[in-house]
Design a protein around this ligand. Structure first.
Ligand code: ZN
Length: 736
């Protein structure tokens, strides 16, 4: 971000200027040296005993348990080299294979920077060398581990690129020409290689990244802008960020031009214009491309890019986030300011908060406002710490906030979801946002126990925060600097003392500023009184959560305890006061359901293994789901499910329950092989369930003792999920 880069931009730009002028003509590269701040290098921060160090130590042990050769399996296989280890299970055995390796490279590099662990660095070198060997075997810069499905066969994912160049482009939200998010996968590899270079000084990592960049640029260079935009409709991580970063590192304008081309207009233009159109978008598909646009602003200076990033951050943190700082239900954004309706067991994917913290860092670099770290701290303590159980080293995908729901943790070798990858990174770098600098000012933004070496001085932060109110900053070896301690927004009356004597707080931009001629042993003590308080959801003042200081509380048994530490307990986070009308409505609904039961000739609990067996369920490309405490079953494009149900006397109707939030679903319902209904779902009743009745022609029943019910999606669509099926009869229920 320094001036020399700006100059490099001008010098290198002449040849390719025509490519980029329309995009960057209006902007001037921002000068961050005045207003902005930067994090002190992770290498200079060492954690001291605390729950943060526990997380790092546990995660380091897991990184050591993983075998690089197994994560490299598909990279070698696709390159025509003999794999040196068995492929891992879970997503690593699916067409997204290889995505973990990039995360693993990042995690090893960060862990080396955070702890000095030499084994992590050795593994980085081994992996980069092996990637270079795979790349050499391909011979054209390509290196990847993903595959694609072709009928029942699995083949090299590389095959999709000649098809794409030839104009055969098949895009679904998570699928490009039969391959599960290949561009997202590239982004992970780039990020891993960049971290290897930054934190382990691995020069070869940049060479591998450049080779891959040349290959990818070669593909995009042959596509029209419309084709590029079409491809960007498939989740692509922060591939735009990769090329902005590569430009920042190399000064080669070619990468800047490519980063600018990968600007997903459909999503980013509304953000730049200040419109929240996030509802029903897959949340974690969007955050990385916004981080990419923020990086594009860093290197290009286009004000719209900064505006899009800032607007997105504000919309998500203010209108879409739960009290723990996470967002999203079933991985998607809901309409703004509706979260009280979405307190379910499928809330808060972990990757999203990992990425929001990255975006927050980006915003803070532009303008160091303490309020940004109020959010950062909220999500860091209450979501990131919560997603990793230091006693096992395992990670969660979702962070369920619904009463009674428990966290589900990964297994060590057979899951490899996205959230395991980002989790490995998150818990390798708890020291990375504690200290920031601008000129001679040292900002302390997080109260994480640690030692710091900076500007020739040595410092120590000691505290049991967030489980205690006291934070002590000690100067071990003095240096010339001003100290800026963050005063959390939630704290009404912070107190400061200097060498044991109470001191008046000089406030600036949310910080307590201390400037003096430092001496060894100088001690600044900050006390942040924590009282229990409530915080309502943005849309319902009667639904509240409890916090003590920055820590969200949950109710376990009769006590309020910190939510983040409830790894194995079902926890209650939100508390709602119901009105008399709501109680009456709930009683009426219970009566209606009881009446429905008495008219049912059969009830099938879809998604329940035993009940499905009892109904002779058969299915293909169909999954059991749980949502809002109800079990259900869907069928994806090309699949179906069918089951037997018992008819009774009288006229019959099939009664099905759907989520009122599901949309873009289209499917058919068949009885005894005859289509009796076609159902579309378009989010007709947000935040609850809906029921539909389908009359069954008597000719199909005709004295049968079993009816075969089948649900199958229209090609290209999904069916359901259906959260319970009944056969209803209009005959009077048998008398007791
Ligand atoms: Zn994830």
């Amino acid at each position: 971000m320094d001036w020399s880069l700006s100059r490099r931009y001008l010098l290198a730009g002449s040849a390719a200027a025509a490519l980029v002028r329309p995009v960057f003509a209006a902007g001037a590269k921002p000068d961050l040296s005045e207003a902005g701040a930067k994090p002190v290098p992770l290498e200079t921060v060492r954690l001291t005993p605390s729950l943060y160090l526990d997380a790092v130590t546990s995660n380091c042990a897991y990184l050591h348990r993983l075998e690089p050769d197994r994560l490299l399996h598909n990279f070698r296989k696709q390159a025509g080299l003999v794999p040196k280890g068995e492929v891992y299970g879970g997503w690593e055995s699916d067409t997204i294979a290889g995505h973990t390796l990039g995360h693993y490279l990042s995690a090893l590099s960060l862990m080396h920077a955070q702890t000095g662990d030499e084994e992590c660095k050795r593994r980085v070198e081994y992996i980069v060398d092996d990637l270079a060997a795979c790349q050499a075997a391909h011979g054209d810069g390509y290196v990847a581990g993903f595959t694609r499905r072709s009928g029942d066969a699995i083949e090299d994912g590389k095959r999709i690129f000649p098809e794409i160049v030839a104009g055969d482009i098949r895009v679904m939200p998570f699928d490009l020409n039969g391959c599960w998010v290949p561009l997202y996968n590239f982004h992970k590899t780039f990020a891993g290689l960049f971290d290897a270079e930054r934190h382990c000084g691995n020069a070869r990592a940049r060479e591998v990244a450049l080779g891959l960049a040349v290959y990818i640029d070669g593909v995009f260079a042959q596509l029209s802008d419309e084709q590029v935009q079409h491809i960007l409709d498939c989740e692509h991580g922060g591939l735009n960020e990769s090329f902005a970063e590569l430009y920042d590192r190399t000064g080669n304008i070619r990468w800047m031009a490519l980063a600018a081309r990968l600007y997903h207009r459909k999503v980013l233009n509304p953000l730049a214009e200040g419109r929240d159109e996030l509802a029903d978008l897959h949340a974690n598909t969007q955050i990385p491309k916004v981080i990419g646009v923020a990086r594009l602003y860093d290197v290009g200076g286009q004000p719209e890019h900064q505006k899009a990033a800032r607007f997105f951050w504000q919309a998500v943190t203010r209108d879409h986030s739960y009290v723990i700082g996470g967002h999203g239900d079933r991985e998607y954004f809901q309409p703004p300011r509706t979260i009280s309706k979405y307190v379910t067991e499928q809330t808060c994917e972990s990757c999203n908060s990992y990425n929001m913290l990255k975006l927050t860092r980006q915003l803070y670099r532009w303008a160091p406002d303490a309020a940004l770290f109020d959010y950062y701290e909220r999500a860091h303590i209450n979501h990131i710490l919560a997603q990793h159980d230091p006693s096992t080293g395992m990670f969660t995908y979702m962070m369920p906030l619904m009463e009674g729901a428990k966290r589900e943790f990964s297994t060590a070798f057979d899951d490899f979801w996205c959230c395991m990858g980002t989790g490995m990174e998150s818990h390798s770098k708890h020291g990375d946002s504690v200290y920031w600098e601008r000129g001679d000012t040292l900002f302390v933004n997080l109260f994480v126990p640690s030692q710091l070496a900076w500007r020739g001085g040595a410092f120590e932060l000691s505290t049991s925060y967030p489980l205690s109110e006291d934070v002590t900053f000690t100067v071990r070896r003095p240096a010339r600097f001003a100290l800026a301690l963050r005063l959390p927004g939630w704290c009404a009356a912070p107190r400061l003392s200097l060498n044991g004597k109470p001191s008046k707080i000089e406030r600036r931009d949310g910080y307590a500023m201390v400037r003096r001629r430092w001496r060894a042993g100088d001690t600044i003590a900050l006390t942040l009184p924590m009282t229990l308080r409530t915080e309502p959801t943005p849309d319902d003042p009667r639904m509240v959560a409890y916090l003590k200081g920055p820590v969200v509380q949950s109710k376990v048994g009769g006590n309020l305890v910190p939510f983040f530490r409830q790894y194995g307990e079902p926890a209650k986070v939100y508390f709602k006061t119901y009105s008399q009308e709501e109680r009456a409505a709930s009683n009426a609904e219970a009566l209606r359901l009881s009446d429905l039961d008495s008219h049912s000739t059969d009830i099938a609990e879809l998604g329940d293994d035993a009940d499905e067996k009892a109904h002779a369920l058969a299915s293909k490309t169909s999954y059991a789901v749980v949502y809002r405490g109800r079990k259900g079953r869907d069928a994806r494009s090309g699949g179906f499910f069918e089951l037997d149900m018992k008819p009774g006397r009288g006229n019959l109707a099939l009664n099905a329950i759907y989520s009122g939030d599901d949309k873009r679903r289209l499917f058919h319902i068949l009885v005894e092989g005859e289509r009796i209904a076609t159902q579309a779902l378009e989010a007709e009743s947000r935040g609850g369930f809906i029921e539909r009745n389908y009359p069954i022609p008597p000719s199909l029943v005709n004295g049968k003792s079993r009816l075969r019910i089948r649900v199958e999606p229209e090609p290209g669509h999904s069916a359901g999920p259906i959260f319970g099926l009944r056969l209803l009869s209009d005959a009077p229920p048998p008398s007791m």
